[in-house]
Design a protein around this ligand. Structure first.
Ligand code: DX5
Ligand code: ZN
Length: 214
């Protein structure tokens, strides 16, 4: 079954509760955290994640675009995250293993993320210990960018690794996923689709979520 994760970055933060009600039929709520260093943009911090937690019953899929994410993973777990994903480019391998361990110690699911210029093999050291792998299909930092179709072979490559080594691991794509691109992601092996503008800009948001799941 395909899972849909609306990216709250594209929601109307002045009417957060209504925005979250509109996506209640989704599977996860994707929450982007940006530190202005790992990516050239800031987004939201702990108080807003806590407010989101209180306003939806969807599992929160928190995507940390933050350098040395191990410094903050426990606080995001405490703020209400259900899944916390960290970038493989964001720290040393040893520190990333330690961060994944700290997420699990909080009883939460852990994931790793790869940027467009990072090869599929970069996930191998983490494959056995994560519940989710996220392949970026845009350069992280901003919503509303164009989908990078040249990331699809990497999705297929990671799908093969997952099927071989960790079949219950989820494979998520993020960036430019919308009506014109979601099928390519599914055919390439993704089972979780993050979509920001593709969902929140739709006239009928619940209908768009249903369409993306087909
Ligand atoms: C980009 C973020 C995405 C973003 C996706 O750095 O990680 O989650 O919100 O937005 P769309 O779907 O509009 O590309
Ligand atoms: Zn994201």
């Amino acid at each position: 079954m395909i899972k849909i994760a609306p990216s709250v970055l594209s929601a109307d933060f002045a009417h957060l509760e209504q925005s979250l009600e509109a996506v209640a039929s989704a599977d996860y709520l994707h929450v982007d955290i940006m530190d202005g260093i790992f990516v050239p943009n800031y987004s939201i911090g702990f108080p807003v994640v806590e407010a989101i937690r209180r306003s939806t019953s969807l599992p929160l899929d928190v995507h940390l675009m933050v350098v040395q994410p191990g410094r903050y993973v426990e606080r995001f777990c405490d703020a209400g995250a259900d899944i916390v994903s960290i970038h493989v480019e964001a720290d040393t391998e040893a520190n990333l293993h330690a961060a994944l361990g700290r997420i699990h110690a909080k009883g939460k699911k852990a994931g790793v993320v790869v940027k467009p210029n990072t090869r599929a093999e970069a996930v191998i050291p983490f494959l056995k210990e994560v519940e989710l792998i996220l392949v970026m299909t845009v350069e992280p930092g901003f919503g509303g960018q164009s989908f990078m179709a040249d990331m699809l072979p990497k999705v297929t490559e990671i799908r093969k690794l997952i099927d071989r080594e960790k079949p219950d691991c989820e494979l998520e794509v993020d960036g430019g996923v919308a009506l014109d691109t979601y099928k390519l992601c599914v055919f390439s092996g993704a089972n979780v689709l993050v979509s920001g503008s593709g969902i929140f800009k739709a006239e009928n948001i619940p209908a768009r979520i249903a369409e993306l799941r087909e």
